[in-house]
Design a protein around this ligand. Sequence first.
Ligand SMILES: O=S(=O)(O)CCCN1CCN(CCO[C@@H]2O[C@H](CO)[C@@H](O)[C@H](O)[C@H]2O)CC1
Length: 494
Amino acid sequence: DPARDAFRPGQFPDGFFWSTATASYQIEGGWNASGKGESIWDRFSHTPGKVQRGDTGDVACDSYNKYQEDVQLMKNLGLRFYRFSLSWTRIFPDGTVAGGVNQDGVDYYNNVINELIANGITPMVTLYHWDLPQALQDRYGGWVSGELVQHFDDYATFAFQTFGDRVKYWITFNEPWVVCTAGYGSGGHAPGIQDSGNSTYLCGHTIIKSHASAWHSYDQTFRSVQGGQVSITLSCGWTEPFDPDLPADVIAADRDLQFQMGWFAHPIYTSQGDYPPAMKDIILQKSLAQGFQESRLPQFTAAEIASISGTYDFFGLNHYSSGIVKDKVSTGQDPNFWTDQDLESTVAPEWPQAASSWLYSVPWGIRRLLRYIKQNYNDPEIYITENGWSEEEADPPILEDTGRLCFYMGYINEVLKAIDLDGVNVRAYTAWSLMDNFEWAEGYTERFGLHSVDFTDPNRPRTPKQSVSFYKDVIANNGFPEGADVTTMVRNMW
Ligand SMILES: O=S(=O)(O)CCCN1CCN(CCO[C@@H]2O[C@H](CO)[C@@H](O)[C@H](O)[C@H]2O)CC1
């Protein structure tokens, strides 16, 4: 639909936040520096065969030592907002308050926050971006245990207390979907548990309760004094039905969104609360058919449902790609998160694919997803907390990253349409990522950065790619004003 995809000149609302994002394990290094405890990603990346080429985050971008340089990169971009995460074990080495706090870790994050603020950049802090203390995995089995709720709340409360005078935007968890399905399902992410369909759901159950507990702690103890906001960041790809005239496919497409996003959004962002009905129904049906006495999806009590509903101040969204879904009944006898969904996913042949196998450029998907969130989750303020593109590692590195430039041009323009044409309340856009970093099980073989990082050089030099000047223009113009040369650029490219 050419009209749908047409480039639309225009500016974003005043005060719109332009941002970039990173995460502790992916950029910091200093994996065992000055008292930091071991995380499950330290353990996982040190385990042979888990990460491509045996890459680790031991040094990564060395932001533990080079955070001032990072801030200068943001300043050169004209950024006023930056999202990063705290390493739980750099603050509490064994994950518990009783185990003692590591003052060096507290000092490091105070330095980062102060450096940002001194340069006019507002920090957004993620408490959990996948690097669980290994001690909590060893002692309790990690997120499958409800014991972690209190430990997470203690950690969050300490962070609010220590940094909350300067940090006003908090994310409790980054992408619980990935934590549960990859960490405790496929085993493709730390801690590498392969128990799809059981531990996957137990993990989500604990994370939702932990999020709510931390939100209530902030709401009761800190909000009146600090005046900040606390929420969660959910990942979701947009989904189209394979045959839009086939009800079963249309229902399957929504079921896909429930298993991706509704799993966490329905309990937190709807007044009804609890897991989405479509998820509860099908997992119960599958569980009984497999001989279980009850559903493999844990149940919240009525009190928990009420306590979890409404635990948000905004909607944090990570969006990258889209998919096409067909209804497909699975009769698998083994508990499995994927066969629980009775669907199969595919993509359109014309969609450009990034270096990351799961990532395709489908700009109009973000507009439809934003509209869906507005309609289904109480029209929240939406902070896009990640959106980005990857190219493969190369020698010499790819600096003319036209793929990224096209991706950002298309997606940012669709966000503008969602705001201007669909009335979606989007407050921020965040490019993932400020610089190339440790891309989890793919190590450094996939590059998401606006800046290239040379991981063979001990100084980890950062070099701007072509898309830096593009993103800098978008920020300076607060969008795409009519006649800006970026419009010409796009017309030529598109
Ligand atoms: O097949 S397994 O189950 O064994 C592992 C599947 C893992 N994928 C990894 C990429 N992730 C995209 C969102 O991941 C996000 O986007 C960025 C780019 O990936 C990451 O760098 C960020 O840290 C993360 O927030 C979706 C899940």
